[in-house]
Write a protein that binds this ligand. Sequence first.
Ligand SMILES: *Cc1c(COP(=O)(O)O)cnc(C)c1O
Length: 381
Amino acid sequence: MAQFPLSEFQKRPTPFYYYDLGVLDETLKAINEGIGQSPYHVHYALKANANPALLTPIVAAGLGADCVSVGEIKVALNAGFPADKIFFAGVGKSDSEIDFALDAHIGCFNVESLPELKLIAEMASNKSIIANVALRVNPNIDAHTHHYITTGLEENKFGIALEMLDDAISVCLRQPNIRLCGLHFHIGSQITYMEPYRILCERVAQLMKKYSAQGIRFDIINVGGGLGIDYDDPDSQLIPKFKEFFDIFRNNLNLAPEQQLHFELGRSVAAQCGSLITRVLYVKEGVGKKFIIVDAGMTDLIRPALYGAHHKIENLTSDSSLTDEYDVVGPICESSDCFGKDEILPVTHRGDILALRSAGAYGEVMAMGYNMRPIPASVVS
Ligand SMILES: *Cc1c(COP(=O)(O)O)cnc(C)c1O
């Protein structure tokens, strides 16, 4: 069971994010144990949470960084990630972002289109340097997750279609300022069922076979991230099943000698160590319904409004053994500003403190100032 420093919470203004670094440390330990002796490397996807308090232990555990903007690259460098362990992904890298990343000598660009590849080649040539490039392939795999977070289908904007991969590879081989170091895949997020990863292994093996017959070798195969977590019952699985995840690849993908398998995990690293802590402002009787109105809203945690996601809600202060049914809503002027419908909770009163669990990933980083609200603080222990 998660432990919360409740007396500490009661002294503070709400809402705020709370991170339990003990849980994060256990998570990082489980990742390194799951990797064992395999030539596997995990890059942490900073877009899930770039709070420096989390990045310090992530750097210490030896993970690299997967960044999707220059802002993230700068945060990663400041947090102490070595430049060669920073990878730069994203469909829309701007000229100035590429310029910065080349000067910073980052480890690799994950390139998503031919025009981007040509621009990187031209800019690297102007600087007389060689850019490491991995081509992001759209493998056309259905990750069976929410349609907003599935990314590996042909209809998605991400990656280079399989049909165009030959062209992209020959552009790389012709460009003296490009070093083609790998292939990159990322099929989606919050994937809880391992079958899509097994299919990904098959696709990757087919491509490796095809290109090795042409004498083309990839030092790095990057299979992206997406490992899901248990939002319904976080305490039953505070540490995601990393061993099972890595085993899918160990059992289904034979690497060539010296070849490395890279992963870009975000949610599974950061989600379970974080909660959004909020106070109950009012308990309001509606017609046939009771509402708990809390001081956190979709501006602090947008996942429910954006993806229809649900975070487990716990009342940390009610000592009532009786329960009631409530809709838990925020103060923002949007009907989608709702954290839960028909939630069964202990009888709740104004002033109670609630935790929205599993909020360490895609929570604080997505906070915004709509309604001129402040960005929530963070508390770490
Ligand atoms: C978002 C993203 C990730 C991380 O995904 P998680 O589901 O948080 O593990 C990894 N790689 C790429 C390219 C991404 O866009």
